[in-house]
Design a protein around this ligand. Structure first.
Ligand code: URA
Length: 510
């Protein structure tokens, strides 16, 4: 977009708005919204000038936009906005920013339509049940997937030391504009060593202290052969286990256009062939068996290379629920809270907001805390399962109870939360939470309700899930269930002062 002319003035002059990057689009969109300019009046485009790859600063004026013309007189419409700037919640803005990385030709026009509808009060526009919302969510998902793939499939090649920086170079062909965020990921991961990531559209160079925009690289990875690659291939051969090979899954996980830039692509076909010819029977790649030395008996499970676990919740693929959720919802609360609430899974509103218990169940939880005289802000609140599981019902997304496999997959994250927060008391809200906390499917809520127990160094108090209290039809039963929740929280609070007694050490026997 022209730096000299306001977005509104350009639209009124019948000119297209050329934006290069999210921040330029956001500034233009804010101005247009303030002047009530509807989406159908705006033509958006991209100038392809290289853009704000690293700085997110507004791009320079596009050639031909109004180059060479004197700056116009101040635009009066700019001085008198008709509406205050809309308040866009952070989570929604993050969604728009992610979607903006998706390479679809109409991305700026589409995002403006979405934000326009939001300003008109149509907050469903971010929901997957809405047509635009579904597209928005699909764009966000495609971008996240691309970030994940780029983290997983990028291969750095080492350059000779005497060649000077960068020490490592990688070539990648991303499907979406994810290079800036992926570069930040590697800045955090690779410390002070210098590296460069080149793509057909743009490149970044990290000199150990600063990230530089290195422009597009005309050439591909042909010159990047190195000794590091030989080392990588040796490592890859040694961890390749033909007994566990499932070639179909391997190809499903790595799209065909990724293979050409993976160094191991050269050796995989031969290894797959060997596996089908009988290497499967010996259980390890033949080179391993040929090595001299002492044989150490080892259980097959221990011989497997350890699978890398996701480092970020949002990258979690331990079960399939991520595919249908807007985002993973992490726990929230003081880092060293003494009480931890464990719910079941985020609901519709939590899925959109990215925070646990912000919808109707969360409001009920607020009342429970208030009645029990415990400040909710002192409690760490999380869920057994971190992605929203749902099924469509008309335009609505109806909650679906997670199955044991999903609960177990997500235990990985609850364990991390427990290890870091170290709560004295865990309050399990409902049966799913109880199954997760006790790590068994063989428990019933009724059996444990109101009975505190010791489990793995914590007190565990079991109570109803707030959604049960909301759902229960009779007013009397509702009042009773609410009281059980209040009493449970009071009990949790009392237990903070109670030392574990000898008789209460055994947990599942209660
Ligand atoms: N129900 C839950 O179990 N957790 C939430 O975060 C919201 C509703």
């Amino acid at each position: 977009m022209s730096a000299a002319r306001s977005a509104v003035a350009q639209v009124r002059a019948g000119l297209p708005l050329l934006v290069d990057g999210f921040s330029a689009w956001r500034d233009a969109a804010r101005e247009l919204l303030a002047h009530d300019v509807p989406p159908q009046d705006v033509t958006w485009g991209s100038p392809h000038t290289g853009g704000d790859l690293l700085t997110s600063a507004p791009p320079p004026a596009a050639a031909g936009d109004n180059a060479g013309t004197p700056p116009p007189a101040p635009d009066p419409s700019r001085q008198q906005p008709l509406r205050p700037a809309p308040h866009i919640p952070r989570a929604f803005m993050d969604m728009l920013q992610s979607a903006a990385c998706c390479r679809v030709p109409d991305r700026w026009a589409f995002l403006y339509r979405v934000i326009w509808r939001w300003q008109q009060g149509e907050h469903d526009v971010q929901s997957p049940a809405d047509e635009d919302g579904a597209r928005l969510n699909a764009m966000v998902k495609a971008v996240r997937r691309e970030e994940h793939d780029m983290h997983a499939f990028i291969r750095f090649r080492e350059r000779p030391e005497q060649a000077g920086p960068p020490r490592f170079v990688a070539w990648y062909e991303p499907r979406h504009d994810v290079l800036p965020q992926v570069a930040r990921h590697f800045v955090a991961r690779m410390g002070k060593v210098s590296w460069m990531i080149a793509t057909p559209e743009a490149s970044v160079l990290w000199d150990g202290r600063t990230l530089h925009d290195a422009g597009p690289l005309a050439k591909g990875p042909e010159d990047l052969e190195d000794s590091g690659e030989a080392l990588w291939l040796t490592y890859y051969r040694s961890v390749f286990n033909p007994a566990r090979l499932n070639a179909d899954i391997m190809h499903q996980h790595i799209a065909s256009d990724r293979w050409k830039n993976l160094p191991e692509a050269k050796i995989v076909p031969q290894m797959v062939k060997d596996a089908s010819r009988g290497a499967r029977k010996v259980g390890q790649y033949e080179a391993v068996g040929q090595r001299k030395g002492t044989t150490i008996p080892i259980a097959p499970a221990d011989a497997q290379p350890e699978r890398q676990q996701p480092s970020k919740l949002d990258e979690c693929r331990r079960c399939e629920l991520w595919e249908f959720a807007t985002q993973a919802v992490p726990g929230e609360g003081p880092k060293k809270a003494k009480i931890m609430f464990v719910g079941e899974q985020p609901g519709d509103q939590e899925d959109l907001a990215g925070q646990p218990f912000v919808g109707p169940a969360g409001k009920l939880l607020d009342s429970v805390c208030e009645q029990a005289g415990v400040d909710r802000d002192t409690i760490y609140v999380t869920n057994a399962v971190k992605h929203f599981k749902w099924e469509p019902r008309g335009k609505r997304r109806l909650h679906k109870t997670p199955v044991q496999r999903e609960i177990e997959a997500c235990h990985y994250w609850l364990d991390k939360e427990l290890a870091s927060v170290k709560p004295t008391v865990i309050v399990a809200l409902g049966a799913t939470a109880l199954k997760s906390v006790l790590r068994t499917a063989n428990v019933t809520l009724k059996h444990y309700l109101g009975k505190p127990m010791r489990h793995e160094g914590h007190w565990v108090v079991t109570t109803y899930h707030p959604s049960y209290v909301l759902r229960v039809p009779s007013e009397d039963a509702k009042r009773e269930a609410f009281k059980v929740m209040v009493d449970s929280l009071k009990l949790a609070h009392e237990l903070l002062e109670r030392p574990p007694e000898a008789g209460e050490q055994g947990d599942l026997g209660v």
